[in-house]
Design a protein. Structure first.
Length: 255
């Protein structure tokens, strides 16, 4: 029996085949949405970790700009029907439960967006975040918050604003902006910002009917307003002179 013929053509690498197939699926979904919604559709597939979908309808141009998490690429028919309806009615809640349940079933496809730092740095030049955290935890949270806390990096800002603090649910980590570790920043401001992020850690980050993150719920806002230093801290933060000083201050070195 003659030996089998060996092709000289190189086999496609699996990664390239998969990439090609995904592009086909994305284009098929785009065309399906375009046909059902009867308008032009611009479709972008993302790996977002917080917002699974966004739809912006340009009425005059009869065009919809759609951004979807990659989990939607091979969504079942009922979800695709819901997406097509939402392209034309982006504010409708008609298919909210369908979208919410689908996202919940594909939660494993949402990657973690933040890695925990190799080394925490709660001790600053002026303020020790760990001391502040421990006091607030004992007084307002009955010691039940177990998040880690650290000063963050001095990331270059846009020149107009600074994100004072962040809570990362995936790693249970609180970061406070390093530029707040200055003598001109009052202790009550640091305490309020830490308290705000501890509230996130305590209450968790909920989701609304469409699967979008609901960061500041009614309960969150009430607890925040009840915090004794809320008003003076917010007044200081909203003072443009204080923000300008933070924006132009030099980077701080931590021990």
């Amino acid at each position: 029996m003659a030996p089998p013929k060996v092709s000289n053509r190189r086999q496609e690498e699996p990664a390239k085949v998969e990439e090609r197939d995904i592009k086909k699926l994305v284009e098929a979904l785009r065309l399906e949405l375009e046909g059902a919604a009867k308008c032009r559709v611009s479709l972008v597939i993302t790996n977002n970790t917080s917002n699974m979908m966004s739809i912006r309808l340009e009425q005059g141009a009869n065009r919809a700009c759609v951004r979807l998490h990659h989990m939607f690429v091979d969504a079942p028919d009922e979800v695709r029907t819901a997406l097509a309806y939402l392209v034309k009615h982006p504010k409708s809640r008609k298919y909210a439960a369908c979208i919410r349940n689908f996202i919940a079933s594909r939660k494993h496809q949402i990657r973690s967006s933040h890695r925990a730092p190799a080394k925490l740095q709660p001790r600053g030049v002026v303020y020790d975040l760990r001391d502040i955290y421990d006091e607030l935890n004992a007084v307002y949270f009955h010691g039940k918050v177990n998040a880690a806390i650290t000063w963050g990096r001095d990331i270059a800002s846009s020149g107009r604003s600074i994100r004072f603090g962040s809570y990362y649910e995936a790693t249970n980590l609180i970061r406070i902006h390093k530029r707040l570790d200055q003598t001109f920043v009052p202790l009550f401001v640091i305490r309020y910002i830490v308290f705000h992020e501890m509230l996130h850690a305590s209450l968790g980050v909920g989701k609304d009917e469409t699967g979008r993150r609901q960061i500041h719920s009614g309960k969150f806002k009430k607890l925040e307003r009840d915090y004794p230093e809320y008003t003076p801290a917010v007044d200081w933060i909203e003072n443009q002179d204080n923000l300008n000083r933070l924006l132009r201050v030099r980077k701080t070195r931590h021990p």
